[in-house]
Design a protein around this ligand. Structure first.
Ligand code: COA
Length: 155
């Protein structure tokens, strides 16, 4: 277990202005290992804004001394046996990964969902790499019998 970072707070994302810092952090986190993407800040902002402007958006930020350490965000979506939360993005600064920030964000999300009686979270991630370990540690399971498909190139 690595050192834990402390002295940070978890805040709900309440305004679109917060997305600017979130976009910078998304770009930083996904342009690093294990993804090595090539996000620009503009594209990251566009993506997050898309989620923010969707119905039933929910998001949280981890902040310390006015610095954004991480964020998680998504939307509640209708489902016939009970609505679920679709976790669309979750990222922590490469400078403080594996220090408990992601787990605290996840705890805030789960706590809120419990209060509003949403019992399920779904997400999409790679089977390879440490984000998978993170979700397993946070009690997520592989959805047996399901797979992600695409038409056309995605990478
Ligand atoms: C995935 C991510 C959000 C996790 O946030 P985090 O703050 O680093 O996670 P935590 O410190 O709370 O880690 C909790 C547990 O997850 C697992 N974990 C997290 N990072 C890990 C790593 N680099 N290697 C192995 N296990 C890891 C461990 O089990 C860890 O518990 P432990 O340290 O007690 O062993 C973060 O690493 C990240 O932003 N990654 C890049 C972007 C990304 O992949 N987002 C998710 C895409 S679906």
């Amino acid at each position: 277990m690595a050192n834990r970072i402390d002295g940070f707070r978890i805040e709900k994302i309440e305004s679109i202005q917060s997305l600017e810092k979130c976009a910078e952090l998304l770009m930083e986190a996904y342009n690093a290992e294990p993804w090595n993407d090539q996000w620009t800040k503009e594209k990251a902002w566009e993506k997050l804004t898309c989620f923010y402007n969707s119905p039933k958006f929910l998001g949280w930020m981890a902040i310390r001394d006015n610095n954004l350490l991480g964020a998680c965000l998504g939307n509640i979506e209708p489902y016939y046996i009970g609505d679920y939360f679709y976790l669309k993005e979750m990222f922590v600064s490469v400078h403080c990964q594996r220090q408990g920030v992601g787990s605290k964000l996840m705890a805030a999300l789960k706590n809120h969902l419990e209060i509003i009686d949403i019992k399920t979270i779904i997400l999409f991630t790679s089977k390879d790499g440490f984000p998978f370990d993170f979700y397993q540690k946070n009690d997520f399971n592989i959805m047996e019998g399901m797979c992600m498909m695409n038409f056309g190139a995605i990478n």
